[in-house]
Design a protein around this ligand. Structure first.
Ligand code: THU
Ligand code: ZN
Length: 335
């Protein structure tokens, strides 16, 4: 058990955004969570004797199913990050929490249950903060910290109010409404935090309108360095990564033909060698009359690193055409 905690405490050394590199970490984390859940299930089952009749038993089974489902959801959230706010997400969150509620409600006082939810949300939130680029997000997260402080204060006041003045009256509904508000505002805030990060860092040094022009110029310039003594077909590629850096590459041909390096491969390799991981857009430049999008092999590499939203712009001296990777490689393969 100590080994798991040690790994988790050393989170600074772990790039939680890189799925492959940190398989070991995720494995430890899953094992730890498995242990914790086993404890929770054990404690819950030991309470079984207090559940009387089929109705109680059904509720218990549903609640445990919810716990297990949300456990998987949690893993997924850690790995992928919360990217979407939609009605389905809210509904699932809400019903999971109500089911938890039914499970715990048998024993604990309501206020304690609510406090547990708050702590749970705080933990989710912390996870999401340290998942990727912690320093940047922490700077942006001040408002959210205030939000949590506010929730705890409201909880405390409501506890005093309900417990002291009107014990038992309307408590259930008030708490359920409070929970609902917490869940929705939590999702909205955390998604805002992430989308703010995305639009903030995509184009940090060059304004967005000028970025594409810069990429095209760079792709054209690097195409002039291409080694194309076999085909005479010059290709230049310029990649913009998610950190705002630009990487260029040209095609390089060799006398045995089969060693040819494509311009896109060349640019992608420079990006990886420099430590960046994710291309946001790529410009491919040729001097041909026809506009060419990357070949099948390059599409696979681009899809693996940039995903379906990667913007692919192909240009010649007359103009450009834009497509997304999703359009160029529908149903693309990805492990
Ligand atoms: N080429 C690229 O650089 N990228 C592609 O996606 C298609 C092909 C190069 C390789 C070769 O040097 C020349 O174009 C003709 O095939
Ligand atoms: Zn290619």
């Amino acid at each position: 058990m100590f080994k798991y905690f040690k790994k988790i405490i050393n989170w600074r050394e772990i790039d939680l955004g890189d799925e492959k590199k940190n398989e070991e970490f995720y494995k430890s984390l899953r094992e730890l969570i498995t242990i914790l859940f086993a404890v929770v299930l054990g404690v819950g089952l030991s309470q079984l004797k207090e559940y009387k009749g089929t109705y109680d038993l059904v509720i218990l089974i549903i609640a445990y199913t919810a716990v297990i489902l949300s456990w998987w959801g949690w893993h997924y959230g850690i790995i992928k990050g919360p990217r979407e706010t939609n009605a389905l997400n809210y509904l699932i969150d809400f019903f999971l929490l109500v089911l938890y509620w039914l499970l715990i409600n048998k024993r604990a006082p309501l206020f304690l249950v609510l406090l547990m939810y708050c702590i749970m949300f705080l933990l989710y939130y912390l996870w999401e903060l340290i998942r990727k680029d912690p320093l940047h997000l922490l700077k942006k997260a001040r408002k959210l910290n205030l939000y949590f402080l506010l929730i705890f204060i409201v909880m405390f006041i409501s506890y005093l109010f309900w417990e002291v003045r009107e014990p038992g009256v309307g408590k259930n509904w008030c708490y359920i409404v409070a929970l609902f508000v917490i869940i929705i505002t939590y999702r909205i805030s955390i998604c805002r935090l992430y989308s703010a990060k995305k639009s903030d860092t995509s184009f940090p040094s060059i304004p967005k309108e000028d970025m594409e022009k810069t990429l095209i110029e760079k792709a054209k310039a690097v195409a002039m360095n291409a080694r194309v003594h076999l085909s005479g077909f010059r290709v230049g590629a310029a990649i913009l990564s998610d950190t705002g850096k630009i990487y260029v590459g040209c095609n390089v041909e060799f006398d045995n033909y089969s060693n040819t390096i494509h311009a896109e491969e060349n640019a992608l390799s420079s990006m990886i060698a420099d430590g960046d991981k994710c291309p946001v857009s790529i410009v491919v430049f040729t001097f041909d009359d026809k506009l060419w999008f990357p070949c099948g092999m390059c599409r696979q590499s681009l899809f693996e690193l940039g995903g379906k939203d990667l913007k692919v712009i192909t240009c010649n001296e007359k103009g450009c055409e834009i497509k997304t990777m999703g359009e160029l490689l529908p149903g693309g393969f990805h492990l």
